[in-house]
Every structure is written in C-alpha cells, then in structure tokens.
Design a protein around this ligand. Sequence first.
Ligand SMILES: Cc1cc2nc3c(=O)[nH]c(=O)nc-3n(C[C@H](O)[C@H](O)[C@H](O)COP(=O)(O)OP(=O)(O)OC[C@H]3O[C@@H](n4cnc5c(N)ncnc54)[C@H](O)[C@@H]3O)c2cc1C
Length: 452
Amino acid sequence: MPSPRVKVSHMSRYQKKKERLERQMRDAPSSVHLDKSTSNLFRIRTNAGQCLDVHDFNEVISIDPNKKWVEVEGMTTYEKLVDATLPYGLMPSVVPELKSITVGGAVSGTGLESSSFRFGFVHETVLEMDILLPKGNVITCTPENEYRDLFFGIPNSYGTLGYILRLKIKTTPIKPYVHLVHRRFSTTSVYFEAMKKESEKKAVDFIEGIVFSPDTNVLTLSTFCDEVPYTSDYTYMNIYYRSVLARNEDYLTVRDYIWRFDTDWFWRSDLFYAQNPLVRLLLGRKRLNSVFFTKIFRWNSRLKITERINQFFGVHKEQIVQDVEVPIQHAPAFLTFLHGEINILPIMIGPVIGSPVGIARFPLFPLDPKTLYINIGFYGIRRTDYPEWHLNKLVEKKVLELHGVKMLYSNSFYDQETFWRLYGEDTYKILKQKYDPTGKLVDLYAKCVKRL
Ligand SMILES: Cc1cc2nc3c(=O)[nH]c(=O)nc-3n(C[C@H](O)[C@H](O)[C@H](O)COP(=O)(O)OP(=O)(O)OC[C@H]3O[C@@H](n4cnc5c(N)ncnc54)[C@H](O)[C@@H]3O)c2cc1C
C-alpha cells in the first residue's frame, strides 16, 4: 500500500488554480458556465454565457487512509478518483456508475449508486467543500461552520449558487473482488419486498436491479471478497447487463465491478450499434466507455443530425432519459405505469435511503429521511404520434402522484409553482439572495426547465 500522506505539491497547485479562477469569475461580466472536458447532462442549454475554464481542476489532492477520506478537486472524474483510492484499499463510499461523472457534478446533481441503500446519495458522503461564489471568492463550507447553509444547499443546485472546486469525501474499505448473485423475480411486488428486506438487513455491500419485462425483474446482491474461483471481463466483447439474465452468480475485480455499466453506457451503446460483435470489435476496447458515447451523443445533439434525419422522413421520436426516486411502497405502481405508458426497457433499479443519518438536511432535494426510496432510471427513444415531450410530462405527473422526486439532469417541464414546491423554494431564494445577489448565475428553474 502506498504511504499515507497529504500531497503538498498538489495543494499548492490547487491554490494557484483557485486564485486564477477567482480572478476569472470576478472579471466575468454576467452569466457564466463551466467549460469542462466531460458532461452527463442531457438537456442542451440555449444560452450558456461566458465560459469558466475549469479543465485543470482534476487532481486528487490527498488521501488519509486512517481517517478514510480523500480530498479532490471538483472536476475530477470518478475514474481518476477511483484509480487513486483503490491502491490504498479504499473507494469513495458512493461511486456513480459512469467513469465520466465528476465529483462536483455528482454532488451538485444528486449522484447515487448500488451502495446508496447504506450511504444515501453522494452528497451525504461529503465532509467539506470549497465553493467559488459568483462574486469571485472561494469559501470553505462544512456542516458546522458559518457557511453550513450553502453546504446543505449545494446538492441539487446544479451550479446555480456557486461551483464546487474542492471536496473532502468519505471512503469505504474494499476487498480485491466482488461476488455478485443475480436473483430473478416474476412478480414486481415480491421483487420489491426482497429488495426492501435486503436493504434493511444490510448483509451485502451493494444492491441494485434491472427490470427487463413485467415478469423479468433481476435483483443483484454483491459482496466484497478476498478470493475468487474466476473473474469475468465486461470491458470488451462481453456485455454486463445481459449477463445478469444468463448467470446466477459472477465474480469481478473491484475496479471492474465499479465500472460494470460504463462499457456499454448502461445499455445505451445500442444507439451506436455497439452491441453488435463486429461493431464492438471495430470500435476496440478503448472506445467502449461512457466518455466516448457521451461525446458522440452531445455532438449529435448539437449538430441535430438525428433530428434532421427524422424530420426528413416525417418521423416523430421522443427521447426519454430520466431518473426518479419513488418511495418503495409506490415503486410497483410506478413500474406498472412505465410498462403501460412509457414502454422503455430495460429499467435500472436502485434502493436509496432518504438519509443515512435519519435527518432531512438537504432542502433542495427533500426526501423523507426515514423512507427507503427506489431510484428508477429509464433511458431510451420512442417513436410516437403524441405532441412534443408528452411522455416526459406523463412521467413528471406520475412521480408527483406517487410522492416521488425527479432528478434534474435531463429535460423538465414543471410549471414554476410546482417546481418550487418540489425543490425547496424558500431556502433556495434565501441562498440565492445571500450568495448570488446580482444573479450572475441563472436560477435553478431557468436552468433546469427553461434550459437557459
Ligand atoms: C444517461 C445518464 C446516466 C446517469 N447515470 C447516473 C448514475 O449511474 N449514477 C449517478 O449518480 N448519476 C447518474 N446520472 C446523473 C449524473 O450524476 C448527474 O447528471 C451529474 O450532475 C453529472 O455530473 P457531471 O460531472 O457529468 O456534470 P455536468 O454534466 O458537466 O454538469 C451537470 C450540472 O452540474 C453542474 N456542475 C458540474 N460540476 C459542478 C461543480 N463542480 N460545482 C457546481 N456545479 C457543477 C453543471 O453546471 C451542470 O448544471 C446520469 C445522467 C445521465 C444523463
């Protein structure tokens, strides 16, 4: 194991970069946005303003294996962060499934993963943050200090209150391998019962599921282990999400477990025919990952290539890429709705506890702290004759009806009143007035719904 230490050189580099960015922010006239190498945002903004160059805020500053935290710059991807912590026998307590998601992005955008039944959302694992304010100064926020209002207000603020430049986050000890057990259920209610039981029992390290059809629901329970009879490889020709149907158990190295969905961008690699063995072979191992797929996707969205082809052939398609949190008792009803009205498969399923400490602390993403929620993710495109965004609007209505909360990384259509009722209007307005009184950063509704 490498020796535990704080990398002083990295900290002094961070200080210099921070000062440069403070000047850049002070000089920016109005309306700024982040210029970074990767993005997992699904809504394309119409008016992005001046760029703040944050490409180089991508270093791991220090790791303390005894206290089990890691200090990292805000635009560091989880891939880089995981590579830095694994040699110390640690991983960030919650690692979103895609390599290209950055730590600051996951905190400001409510990231989660298969350890969230235990640890909650990524933001629940943060100990301290440096935040660049629109005025051009950086403040350090902790849960106890004078800036705790911002510490708790940043999750789900999507860069509308300030930008996270540095974070100290909790890590969890690992073992070298993960043993996966796949259980299949033909009845939705029994499936969620089993998921609830396992989440409460906490006997395993990771819990998640994939729904392939109304009567094919897979629950995957995974546990760290020291020794294994074999390991599978889903980084090239084999496809992870399909394996859960074909096998009852599996073994992966801890790194391959963490990135099991990255190779095929969950299953969205099908958009580029990349699940065809020949296309896979031609693309090569290096291109099979979320970084490559999101780049092509965003490039296509900007140039409107698919949109123009569809227009030419008179075809109307609706893209439905959404993640929602629904209390577990309403999850069967939400799945019935998805199967009946939305018809996109597979569906990603993950249990997440409202709060691991039993207190509601994050006002912009209010969840009942005692409730086990089910994160339900569905990503696809459907040919329809409905008016524009009809299916996405149906999803929003259903989430509201079932007392759930929708994540905001994709397109949203709520009216102002409903939006603010859901996402903490009173606290947000106070924070906005205190930390961005001149409105240099657009507000959350303008950014997430109006796409400004
Ligand atoms: C197809 C898809 C799958 C997804 N799957 C998962 C998943 O498996 N697990 C999961 O946890 N999440 C998932 N997400 C959601 C993802 O975590 C959020 O969208 C997250 O915000 C993306 O982070 P990013 O680093 O890519 O940020 P970006 O996409 O670059 O930015 C997202 C937003 O956050 C703001 N932002 C970015 N960095 C910072 C910062 N340092 N400080 C303040 N604001 C910032 C940006 O201004 C922007 O509004 C998924 C999203 C998509 C589209």
